[in-house]
Design a protein around this ligand. Structure first.
Ligand SMILES: Nc1nc2c(ncn2[C@@H]2O[C@H](COP(=O)(O)OP(=O)(O)O)[C@@H](O)[C@H]2O)c(=O)[nH]1
Ligand SMILES: [Mg+2]
Length: 387
């Protein structure tokens, strides 16, 4: 969003981000749109503003209807260790994959737009369950469609994405590109390499505090402060991941980008299409694995659980009491978690009164090794906490 906005438009945008109610936001956005000069540099921003306006109007509409009779809420409550959504254009086999990988029984048909509501199912992976959610298709020809809004909402809420594509669409590689572009335009980032900025305003912080391990590309913290002050943001925590430009910061003021780990499932390889894999690889970010699969013939379906588990960036930890067997149900925690963080999850008092722990597994040199609270755990470790 390299905008170079005039001060007036920035002021309106500030008003938008300060607005509390959807109605106030709508008014501020309308004023903003009419104050932005129209040229190449503001195209993306206008694009965003119009779409946001449409979303807000829809939200207000929906609320009005709800007051009368209860509107359609499309949201799936999480269950299991994590939630991943099957997302992609029509007819690529999202519902077929859900049917093959889980206990769910979705409707499958050769006609596009058969799936109208999200449907969850549980995918067993070793000793845990990962929830998969089938979704209505993304309409890549009409990025602004209201169905897309709902699907994107489901994706933003999930822990990971299973992007499904297939070789039997007219231009598979072009379709892949458009699908990824749609996600990016809607603020869903699937590569760690892309910069992410989160701006959390808070009266409790003094000034602007920059946190996170990302790199500021071509600007200083002072430039950042100056830009934010033009938007009347004076107290905030700015979290930066990956390589971030000042433009990224500016777009983060109005839109929020989220990172979602993703796998690309290239389905229907029973029809051929493996020859497209190198071309696909070239358009998909390097940290997104591409798995050729076939819901029909079963190719590679067994590898999805493990690949998803890895992409989620989590580990399993089994807690145990002294002289007892470990709990067979693992805690699923972020990779890089320490013993103390795990203790915290079990019980706050366990963390507060923590003395030491004994660990069995990959993170220690010998079984039952005594470790401190900062010890970082690995997948399948067994932990006995002494407090
Ligand atoms: N040949 C082949 N056809 C498939 C495969 N997976 C799904 N299909 C077919 O593709 C069509 C669309 O499948 P569906 O699961 O409804 O796709 P969705 O719209 O993405 O949910 C149906 O006719 C399926 O039978 C596959 O792996 N191979
Ligand atoms: Mg479907």
């Amino acid at each position: 969003m390299p905008a170079n906005l005039p001060a007036e438009a920035r002021g309106k945008l500030a008003k938008y981000s300060e607005a509390r109610t959807p109605e106030e936001k709508i008014r501020a956005l309308e004023e903003f749109i009419s104050s932005v000069p129209k040229h190449k540099g503001t195209e993306n921003l206008m694009h965003w503003a119009r779409r946001r306006l449409a979303e807000l109007r829809e939200e207000v509409e929906l609320r009005k209807r709800k007051k009368v009779g209860g509107g359609l809420q499309i949201f799936v409550e999480k269950s299991g260790s994590a939630q991943a959504v099957l997302i992609g254009p029509p007819n690529v086999g999202k519902s077929s994959l859900l049917a093959k990988l889980t206990n769910a029984k979705p409707e499958i048909s050769p006609y596009p737009y058969t799936t109208k509501m999200p449907l969850p199912g549980m995918l067993p992976f070793e000793d845990i369950q990962i929830q998969l959610v089938d979704t209505p298709p993304l309409n890549i020809e009409e990025p602004e469609s209201s169905m897309n809004n709902k699907v994107i909402g489901l994706a933003r809420n999930a822990d990971a994405l299973l992007i499904v594509l297939s070789p039997d669409v007219p231009e598979p590689v072009e379709t892949a590109k458009k699908t990824l572009q749609l996600l990016e335009e809607r603020g869903i980032v699937i590569s760690r390499a892309m910069g992410i900025v989160r701006i959390k305003r808070s009266r409790e912080v003094e000034g602007i505090r920059v946190v996170g391990g990302g790199r500021l590309m071509g600007f200083t913290e002072d430039d950042l402060r100056k830009l934010l002050s033009e938007y009347r943001i004076y107290n905030a925590v700015v979290e930066i991941e990956g390589d971030v430009t000042l433009d990224d910061v500016e777009s983060a003021i109005v839109t929020s980008r989220v990172y979602k780990p993703a796998l690309l499932l290239f389905n229907k390889v029973d029809l051929g299409g493996e020859g497209l894999l190198p071309e696909l690889r070239a358009v998909v970010p390097k940290d997104v694995p591409i798995i050729p699969v076939s819901a029909e013939r079963g190719d590679n379906l067994r590898s999805i659980g493990g690949a998803l588990f890895k992409a989620l960036g989590v580990i399993r930890v089994y807690t145990k009491n002294p002289n007892k067997e470990p709990d067979p149900n693992p805690l699923v925690v972020k990779r890089g978690s320490s013993v103390l963080e795990v203790a915290e999850m079990v019980h706050k008092s366990l963390a507060e009164n923590f003395k030491y722990a004994r660990v069995w597994g990959k993170s220690v040199k010998y079984p039952g090794q005594r470790v401190g609270g900062n010890h970082v755990l690995e997948d399948k470790d067994i932990v006995e906490i002494h407090a």
